[in-house]
Every structure is written in structure tokens, then in C-alpha cells.
Design a protein around this ligand. Structure first.
Ligand code: CO
Length: 358
């Protein structure tokens, strides 16, 4: 594994359900430390300030470090664990998946279970199983045994999925590429900027609680108070069988995706053009998206900070996003770092001022 693969493995395998980001935060802090001055907001988002040739403009590069997961809601007297979803799960991808319950005594492993097919009526077999009807089985026979294992109501639960380099060596299988992939792009880009002059001050930010309402974005942006922001995200692609819509295919390996329209944010036009033009000039693959897609990004909160912040979201394509078995393409990752680095080098005072010349 090379440096990027190691970074992605470390970040994606770490636990960090929204509101319980401690494990992944420690890793982010470790990677930020040699890159600049590290601080945090009071919800736990981490900020790395890297001063360039000028104090201004202040450039915010943000990815969220929280992941979707679950929380223990109830322990049955027979020793099964009922759970509540945190973030946007599609219940169909949950059954038979491994999870780790993060207890004060350490990780407790389990599997997500439900009534097996042998016991279902013909009618039941045709229906999707609701997560309310699932439970986590940790191999205990009573509530007392579960408690002895250290599990308590409200303990966070994370998906378990080993980072794996797939055949061909260019794609990776794992969980939480949304948005540890974005966090890794921020870290890698800051690393790259150690050897490169940039006419601004960079703030690499790993936000918390994005998946439950962009909360760490709101708190961290008030500390950073940026003049311009680029959000690094993971986004769903539709290059799998049966998903493409009228030929508008967003695909793995096609380059990062710049989203030109979302229900929650209309990106700054000048910044958008700068990104698109820079990609063209440097021959970096870029996919441009302006179709309907569910979900938002931290940009929705960040662009509304104070009197407004010119903001654009740049996303890594992820297949099967929000599941244990997501796939990321290395070419997209490298292209995102390349593009971000090239864009950041152009963000001087004059260029950023021009973004909001109305
Ligand atoms: Co995300």
C-alpha cells in the first residue's frame, strides 16, 4: 500500500458516527499536526491553519469526518439489541452486516439480524425489511449478559468494513468514503502545499455531524470566517446497471464531480468557472453535475455564513455510497488533489474579491 492507500485505510476503518467522532478525530489531528496550526471548535470539528504568502484571503477546505451509523436504543431481555439509524441509511443494505458497538469497555462485535427467509410467509418475502424490525446480535443470551459485555443504551454503533484494494489496483472497497475520502483530499492537498507557494491562508477543516444536519460546518465556519470555501465530498454515481438516466452518466474514474446546482446551495458562479477552467487548462478530468440528487453538503451551511461565502462543492464519485461496500477510484482521488491544489494557488486577494463583485 502506498501513502494514500494507508491514509484511506486508516481514516475509513476508524469509527466516527455523527456526534461520536473521537476515534477518527484523533487520526485527523495526527495528520494535520505537521501541516499547520491545529485547533478545534466546541462541537469537535478540527481546523488546520496553514499560512501562505498572505494572511488573506482566508480559504476554507472542508470535508466531514463523521459517518452514518447507529445508536443502541434498547436491549431486549433475551439479549438482542435494538438500534436507531443515525444518518441516511437505506434499510436494504443493513441485513447480515457486521457492526461494532463502541462501548466504554471497547468494541463489541455483532451482526444485524432479522427473521430468516425460511420463516417468512410468501407475502413477507416480497417486502423490504424495515430497520425497526432488525436487531443486533452480539451472541449474548440475556440483557444482563449484554450489560456485562459493556453495552449501554445510547452507545454508538459503526459499520465494520475492511479497506481493500480491488483487482487492477485502482479501486478501493470500504465504508465511509463519504466523507473520509474528502478528509483525505484535504490532508493530501495541504501536504502538497508545503512545497508550493500559495497567495492566501488555508484552513483545512474536518467537520463533525454533517450527516445529521451540517452541524459542525456551522460551528467551524464561524471560527474560520472564510472569504471563500471549497467543500470536498463523496457523491453517488449512476454508472451501474439500470441506474443511468437519459445518458447522464456520472461514473467512477471520470474525475471529481463539481455540482452546479443543489436544492440547498447554488454555488458561486465565478468560483465554479475557476474550477472548470482550471481543470480544462491542466487537463484534469472533471464531471459536471446539475441534475436532481438527494442530500446536501456542508456547503449549504458554509455559504450562508455571515454576509455569505462564495462556495463550491467538489465531490469524489462513490459507488454504493452509504453502505458497508462502497467503491472509490484512485484516479478520482488524485485528480481532486491535483485540481484543488491548482485552484488554491490562484486564490489571491484580487481573484477572490472578484467572486463577489456584484
Ligand atoms: Co457526505
Amino acid at each position: 500500500m502506498d501513502e494514500i492507500e494507508k491514509l484511506l485505510k486508516e481514516l475509513t476503518e476508524a469509527g466516527g458516527v455523527s456526534g461520536h467522532e473521537t476515534e477518527v478525530r484523533k487520526l485527523v489531528q495526527k495528520h494535520f499536526k505537521p501541516l499547520g496550526k491545529v485547533s478545534h471548535d466546541r462541537l469537535g470539528s478540527v481546523i488546520c491553519k496553514k499560512q501562505g504568502e498572505a494572511a488573506e484571503p482566508r480559504v476554507m477546505l472542508a470535508g466531514h469526518m463523521d459517518e452514518i451509523g447507529f445508536i443502541v436504543s434498547h436491549i431486549t431481555k433475551e439479549g438482542f439489541i435494538r438500534f436507531a439509524n443515525i444518518g441516511g441509511w437505506w434499510d436494504q443494505v443493513l441485513l447480515a452486516q457486521r457492526v461494532a458497538i463502541k462501548t466504554s469497555k471497547g468494541d463489541v462485535m455483532g451482526t444485524i439480524g432479522a427473521k430468516p427467509p425460511h420463516l417468512l410467509s410468501d407475502e413477507e418475502r416480497k417486502k423490504l425489511v424495515d430497520s425497526k424490525d432488525m436487531y443486533i446480535d452480539i451472541g449474548c443470551a440475556s440483557a444482563e449478559e449484554v450489560e456485562k459485555a459493556g453495552v449501554r443504551v445510547a452507545d454508538p454503533i459503526v459499520p465494520v468494513s475492511q479497506f481493500t484494494v480491488l483487482a487492477g489496483g485502482r479501486t478501493y472497497l470500504g465504508k465511509a468514503f463519504d466523507d473520509r475520502g474528502g478528509c483525505a483530499v484535504v490532508i493530501s492537498s495541504l501536504r502538497r502545499m508545503l512545497d508550493v507557494a500559495h497567495p492566501n491562508t488555508l484552513f483545512g477543516v474536518a467537520t463533525v455531524q454533517e450527516e445529521v444536519g451540517l452541524r459542525g460546518a456551522r460551528t467551524s465556519v464561524s471560527l474560520v470566517d472564510p472569504d471563500v470555501a471549497i467543500i470536498l465530498e463523496g457523491t453517488a454515481v449512476n454508472d451501474m446497471p439500470g441506474a443511468a438516466n437519459e445518458g447522464h452518466v456520472f461514473r467512477l474514474g471520470g474525475g471529481p464531480v463539481v455540482t452546479l446546482f443543489r436544492q440547498d446551495m447554488i454555488p458561486n458562479r465565478g468560483l465554479r468557472d475557476l474550477i472548470v477552467d482550471t481543470a480544462r487548462e491542466h487537463r484534469i478530468r472533471l464531471q459536471i453535475r446539475a441534475d436532481r440528487i438527494r442530500g446536501g453538503t456542508d456547503g449549504a451551511a458554509i455559504h450562508l455564513h455571515s454576509a455569505g461565502v462564495p462556495t463550491v462543492a467538489l465531490s469524489l464519485p462513490v459507488r454504493y455510497v452509504h453502505s458497508h461496500g462502497s467503491i472509490l477510484h484512485r484516479g478520482d482521488f488524485d485528480a481532486a488533489v491535483e485540481l484543488l491544489t491548482a485552484v488554491v494557488r490562484q486564490l489571491d486577494r484580487k481573484t477572490v474579491k472578484a467572486l463577489t463583485a456584484y
